[in-house]
Design a protein around this ligand. Structure first.
Ligand code: SF4
Length: 633
């Protein structure tokens, strides 16, 4: 088709941009892109580390200046943790390539090209774009933006043919881009090259004709677009006022707008020499324009307008999905399935993502059905593992094998609070605690500054709440040990070794051990949940097997307590008590621990839905929940 034959006319320029992007895959507006910029969190970490270094050496320059110096000199980066310094090293390496090219007197376009080649992003983004989805769309935008930057460099060279190369030229180009207040690209009509469909607005079609004209998107609300437009001098208000028209019933403004919209559609429709296609979408949120009825001269109630069901989009991911559906559907005709398989094989040869069955989920065979450990092996479990296994064996399996991220902020804050309350219990002063908190917080990536400040304050309040609890319980409890390691053997089948670490061990007036667990999570713990808490009960079980007799406590458990420092009542921590286990309860919990130890062998692990599922780090891999549900049977 040549441009003189077929045209696509749309109502507005924004629709034009949409069509151009979708159909031509070409950038039509200028975007910005950062080809090597570290992620925001990495940048924050880097700035914080540089600032810390600056303060430690007695300086007080802002982090922006320190960052610029680090990228220029690179020396400060050697003093930083590798994780913080790595993104800056990447950017600095690219800058030195740019500097070398500029030093050779190369023009801005070539300097850009050398930097771009060095990033190695072209293949990665092209691959991501081919995959589609949100990441693919982002890669598309990034690639568009890179193309736009190169276009801008080419335009700069065209407009200033005598412009300097080298550093002066690069600086000139940077200023040229920075000075642009609006996108430097153009939507002005250009001559079509080769076979092309003319895509333009109805206004731009004035005075032209095509054999076939398509006018898509004739929707109520957008064509006619009856939003009131003001004129430069607001003459319409003056006319209304002179005619005595109430401003609330601005007939004089909507009626001309409707007439103008109608004229515009007629103008678009009359551009066709032989065939005109006017289309609209009908759905829950969208209705065809009233103009469709006027164009056809029919009554909407008696009209039998052709309705097309939307078919598959012309995109590779949808084609792959359709072929896969056909191949995997046993109800489809054998010949259809075979043709689909041949199509998939061709796409797989062309390395289209998702076409090869090796990349399909759920098709790999089970690697082994053997238990995870040999029969008769001694099983080591900790009280937290007993709790996890008693709650949901699958969660234990997944989090134990990488499904947990200990670097997440709640985990980091929890460790910090534990460290600080132990220091407070050991007699650290306010100033020492504050200094320890500040030092530790400098290494925490807590997000936005306001959030970081509020989290830091929350940590302070938790430490204070713990001190309140500590002061209020000295009459009944005596501190025996902090962060005490526990190891006790429980003979039987299977033979179990209980290993753990109690936050605090106290002794009551009867010499019985009382285990204290300090919790910093925001989720409240009910009295019933604390009374049945498997972790505390397992520690009591260890106490009943003599785990604390070496510390001067009896082997008669004295109960356990949860001190919830994040839930304060008038500044003091909330306390939940698990009563002391009697002989029956000890036997019962021994059975629970043995069952948990048995469950660690697998080979299958049950997912058990529970109140904590929302906070489960393995939720995205859990078959009981949508994000992790099995996609094949
Ligand atoms: S989401 Fe719930 S059921 Fe699934 S693994 Fe996690 S805790 Fe178990």
């Amino acid at each position: 088709l040549v441009a003189a034959v077929l045209a696509l006319l749309v109502r507005t320029e924004s629709a034009l941009v949409h069509v151009a992007r979708a159909e031509a895959g070409k950038p039509v507006v200028q975007d910005t892109v950062a080809v090597a910029a570290p992620r925001a969190s990495a940048l924050r970490r880097l700035r914080r580390e540089l600032r810390r270094l600056e303060l430690a050496t007695g300086g007080d320059r802002p982090s922006g200046a320190l960052l610029a110096e680090a990228l220029r000199e690179r020396d400060p980066l050697t003093a930083l943790d590798e994780r913080a310094a790595a993104p800056a090293r990447r950017v600095a390496a690219l800058l030195s390539i740019a500097a070398a090219a500029a030093g050779e007197g190369r023009p801005a376009e070539e300097v850009l090209w050398r930097v771009w080649k060095q990033t190695g992003l072209a293949d990665r983004w092209a691959e991501a774009a081919a995959w589609g989805g949100p990441a693919g769309a982002q890669a598309d935008r990034d690639l568009d933006a890179v193309v736009a930057v190169f276009d801008a460099a080419a335009r700069y060279a065209d407009r200033l043919p005598g412009a300097d190369g080298g550093a002066a030229g690069v600086l000139g180009f940077c200023e040229y881009v920075a000075d642009q207040q609006i996108a430097g690209d153009t939507l002005a009509p250009r001559s079509p090259q080769g076979e092309a469909v003319a895509v333009l607005t109805a206004h731009a079609a004035t005075g032209r004709e095509w054999t076939v004209v398509a006018v898509p998107g004739v929707q109520e609300g957008s064509w006619p677009d009856l939003r009131l437009r003001g004129s430069l001098l607001g003459v319409e208000h003056l006319i209304d006022a002179v005619d005595g028209v109430d401003a609330a019933h601005a007939v004089s403004r909507t009626a001309p707008a409707l007439a103008e919209e109608r004229r515009l559609l007629l103008l678009a429709a009359s551009r066709a020499r032989r065939t005109l296609l006017v289309s609209a979408v009908r759905g829950d949120d969208e209705q065809p324009s009233r103009f469709l009825d006027e164009l056809e001269g029919t009554d909407a109630d008696t009209l039998a307008r052709p309705v097309a069901e939307p078919g598959r989009a012309l995109s590779l991911p949808e084609l792959v999905a359709e072929l896969r559906r056909a191949v995997c559907d046993p109800g489809r005709d054998a010949a259809v399935r075979e043709r689909a398989a041949v199509g998939l094989a061709r796409l797989a040869d062309a390395r289209v993502p998702g076409a090869h069955p090796d990349s399909w989920y759920g098709l790999a065979a089970v690697s082994t059905e053997a238990p995870l450990r040999a029969a008769g092996e001694v099983v080591g479990v900790s009280p937290s593992v007993v709790e996890l296994l008693a709650t949901c064996p699958l969660r234990w399996l997944l989090t134990r094998h990488g499904g947990d991220d200990p670097r997440e902020l709640p985990a980091v804050t929890g460790s910090l609070v534990h460290g600080l309350v132990q220091a407070a219990a050991a007699g650290a002063t306010d100033a020492q605690l504050e200094e320890a908190l500040r030092d530790a917080w400098a290494g925490v990536d807590a997000g936005a500054p306001w959030f970081s400040r509020s989290e830091q304050q929350r940590v302070r309040e938790m430490v204070e709440a713990f001190r309140g609890w500590l002061a209020g319980t000295r009459g009944e409890l005596t501190q025996v040990a902090l962060e005490h390691a526990v190891e006790v053997a429980l003979p039987g089948d299977p033979e179990v070794v209980l290993r753990g670490r109690v936050d605090r061990l106290e002794r009551d007036h009867d010499g019985r051990p009382v285990v204290v667990d300090v919790k910093s999570s925001k989720t409240p713990i009910s009295k019933d949940a604390a009374a049945a808490n498997p972790q505390l009960a397992t520690y009591q079980l260890a106490a009943a097997h003599g785990a604390f007799t070496g510390l001067g406590c009896s082997d008669d458990p004295g109960g356990a307590r949860i001190v919830q420092v994040s839930k304060t009542a008038r500044g003091a921590a909330a306390e939940r008590i698990q009563p002391a286990l009697d002989a029956d309860a000890v036997a019962q919990w021994l059975a629970v621990v043995r069952e948990a130890a048995r469950a660690t062998a697998g080979p299958s692990f049950r997912a058990v839905e529970n109140a904590d599922c929302d906070r489960c780090p393995a939720l995205r891999a859990c078959p009981l929940h949508d994000p992790g549900r099995q996609v094949t049977e």
